[in-house]
Design a protein around this ligand. Sequence first.
Ligand code: F6P
Length: 341
Amino acid sequence: MKIGILTSGGDCPGLNAVIRGAVLKGIAVHGQEFVGYRDGWRGVVEGDIIDIPRTMVRGISKQGGTILGTSRTNPFENGGGPEVIKGHMDRHGVDALIAIGGEGTLAAAKRLTDAGIKIVGVPKTIDNDLDATDYTFGFDTAVEIATEAIDRLRTTGESHHRCMVAEVMGRHVGWIALHSGMASGAHAILIPEQRVSIDQIVEWVKLAHDRGRAPLVVVAEGFTTDTMDEAHSERGLDTFGRPRLGGIGERLAPEIEARTGIETRATVLGHIQRGGVPTAFDRVLATRLGMAAIDSVVEGRWGTMVSLNGTDIVHVGFEAALGRLKTVPQDRYDEARVLFG
Ligand code: F6P
């Protein structure tokens, strides 16, 4: 059996560990062959493949990024669609696909599976916003990177008696902000799920300042204040027509400074959170998911993705991950909020 692997959407530390886990198990246990599609769905639509021999996955689980490349290509556009894709698969002798990606990738994979293409999925996003899996690989790494960066912002903030605003990723959900903010002892954590007024943010900043602390605010890129209509975006749209987020920290900082008189600086962590080596947790999770994806292929579980349930890897239908995001529940926010100010 020949299996094609693709990595699609924003990259994520741990992608290479998934590829390695799948290829090593597939070759060692089932004698399968592997090809990789270059740049996600673009390679699938254009039939752009490379062989993945065992030697190619040697030592890659600790490498950031993806050896296959990725893109935000929609497989139903750019001359794609099930017939074209099936044609390329038949020509290359590819029997099934393992699609590693986030909600957009899995939604496309579901449509293609419904059209008769054999696909299993592996969920991926640093935002940790996919439902039907307890954690996605890459999230733990992003939180580690963000926490280390915020710890550094704190020491310079304390030296200068400034308020520091750290902006982290999180388009629809605030998991990275919540975890890195709690780990670094932030005085306010602002997430997309909870609209908060500027007055409230200013109050938290002042409370911390009045105790002699350098106030630290962690804000997710998708956060909106109670008077904003939509998340802050000033860089146009991505290929899926979604606004490119980023800049809410820079927007909040002058307002905080104007209202409190405390010199305030903002830092956007941006794509640093997605780069570099994955943590041990993410390497293990990603490797297990890759190996479990091979079980899905062998068992013919088309239209399903592998997922983490507690400490077990289970198989769930694509639809379980689609249409609903895993947001930060109210009790997790309330728990953190006790420590604000
Ligand atoms: O989906 C993960 C994510 O990192 C989001 O948090 C962020 O909004 C987006 O990707 C950034 O995407 P790009 O790499 O296209 O700028």
